[in-house]
Ligand binder design. Structure first.
Ligand SMILES: [Zn+2]
Length: 209
């Protein structure tokens, strides 16, 4: 349907389609960013900053749009009957989230696997599901568990495995950790937790490119 649009057009369409937070909340965020500029000793009236509170509020609206989406909305109509009984892995899902301790981004990739139990979900929906939880204030451990739980709840599969690897700007920019350290978290449920063979198959799928 969207075959002919450019990357930029696709990005703009996604931004248009996010659930908005409403004018009142947007205005409060703008006011907060204005105060933040003043508090750090900036002049909000200098040319480069004139529209910054507005832009920053819009950016925050987008980065937190997961609060305004439900699982049902996202998976709506994309669950299909299937006899498949092998691991289905969606690898390298781009992930952008925000650390709830510092309001700074953490960015990386999610790998989501499950073993169907009669039902499968469209591949692109798995990425949408990751975004629902990533576009909130998060810590990586909770994000990983929430993605796994959501898939479990949606598909009732035999098992779910989620691995998230991410770099945290709150650590990198503040020099807290080695600059390129990647944090890895995982959540294994059902057969991925109970069955050693399933687990090792999952892990070997992650290693291979
Ligand atoms: Zn942080």
């Amino acid at each position: 349907m969207h075959n002919h649009e450019t990357e930029l057009e696709a990005a703009e369409r996604r931004i248009r389609n996010i659930p908005r937070c409403g004018a009142a909340k947007l205005a409060r965020m703008e006011e907060s960013f204005l105060q933040l500029l003043q508090a750090i000793g900036e002049d909000p009236n200098r040319e480069g900053l004139l529209r910054t509170p507005t832009r920053a509020a819009r950016a925050f609206e987008f980065l937190t749009n997961g609060y305004r989406q439900s699982l049902d909305d996202v998976v709506n109509g994309a669950i299909f009957e299937s006899d498949a009984s092998e691991i289905i892995l969606v690898k390298d899902i781009e992930l952008y989230s925000m650390c709830e301790h510092h309001l700074l981004p953490f960015i990386g990739r999610a790998h989501v696997a499950y073993i169907p139990n009669g039902k499968v979900i469209g591949l692109s929906k798995v990425a949408r599901l990751v975004d629902v939880f990533a576009r909130r204030l998060q810590i990586q451990e909770n994000l990983t568990v929430q993605i796994a739980d959501a898939l479990m709840k949606t598909l009732h599969p035999a098992g779910v495995g989620v691995v998230v690897e991410a770099k945290h700007l709150c650590m990198m920019m503040r020099g807290v950790e080695k600059q390129n350290s990647v944090m890895k978290t995982s959540c294994l449920l059902g057969t991925f937790k109970e069955d050693a063979r399933t687990r090792s198959e999952f892990l070997s799928l992650l290693v291979g490119t």
